[in-house]
Design a protein. Sequence first.
Length: 385
Amino acid sequence: MKVVYVASDQRVPGRTGGSVHVLEVARGLAARGHDVHVAVHAEDGQAAEERLFGATFHRIRYRPDHRFFRFRARRAVAALLDRTGAEAVLERYYNFGGEGVLAAEERGRPAVLEVNSPVVDHPGSGKAALDALFGRPLRRYREALCRRAAALLSPLPEIVPAFARAKTEVVTWGANVDAFDPARRSERTRAEMGAPAGACVVLFSGSHRPWHGVHVLEEAARRLSARTDLFFVFVGGQAAPARGFRGRHLGALPYERMPEIVASADVGTAPYDPSRLAQLQLGFYWSPLKIFESMASGLPTVTIRRPPLTEIVREDQEGLFFAEGDAGGLAAALVRLADDPALRARLGASGRERVVTRYSWAVHCRQVEGVLERVVRDRAARAAS
């Protein structure tokens, strides 16, 4: 099957969860034998067209050069459809996107909308209030995209409009289980991170936005500053010395270094603080890349007790939980793991097995493939009738 995957605001290769997601889906579909063409954002110094991991990436420009104007990539996407003869379009949803869904409709091709962030407005949304002053044009546009799409993919049905939930397939993100592997553990990397010999290294990786809970983990680390056997490593954000605890802020690192960094730690953390992001009133819609990659690397995971995290990580099987925002509870879970290497090994091994069998990008791409093939068959059947 020939597929055009539209993510015109994403930069690939890149360091963000979105760029990783796009690359892994493209790679996974190509590995399953499909001819995959991906529309991503153009940057100076990059080739306009490049083969990566079996897929062809087309770097396109639109003006002004800001993701708010992503919808202006529609003409380039339509030309890509014509050029490739694609049978289906997969579009990564963005508020100001829609270029893939609309170009597919113009060309009579089915489109699947991949929804990773809310299409619906959360209670008290300022954006919704402003939209209402002008007759809700943004809401009408978003809902029109959902109506035009033959199917939707989302980690949480509640973030798509109620009328579209019947055609929404629930999918989760995953991990590249070939790259993220316990075998990547390296004493050299641990030394580069500054970890003392024999220390239990606690890792946080990802954006340092308030709702990611870095402040909760830092407070837990300060409470454990007397523990010389604990060392805290933060990846993402700005490089900085630790303040009041043993550890380091390494800053943003190239993504290709992450498999070795993660495998060289001993405990993975995802200390989310949902109270810091109003959109999470709709439900915890994140599909947590950092958790999947930690589990794939054989690390036990410490995170908050909230679905779907409690479905991905099972308590005392792949990890431990603490109450949202509770630095003391997080500290207690870390002490339990630091004091029990056998528990860390058991939880880590179970996490690796669970990701390989249920939460790899390969599993994700099988689901995506099934939806794409179904919408193509349905379109062909309607055309023949």
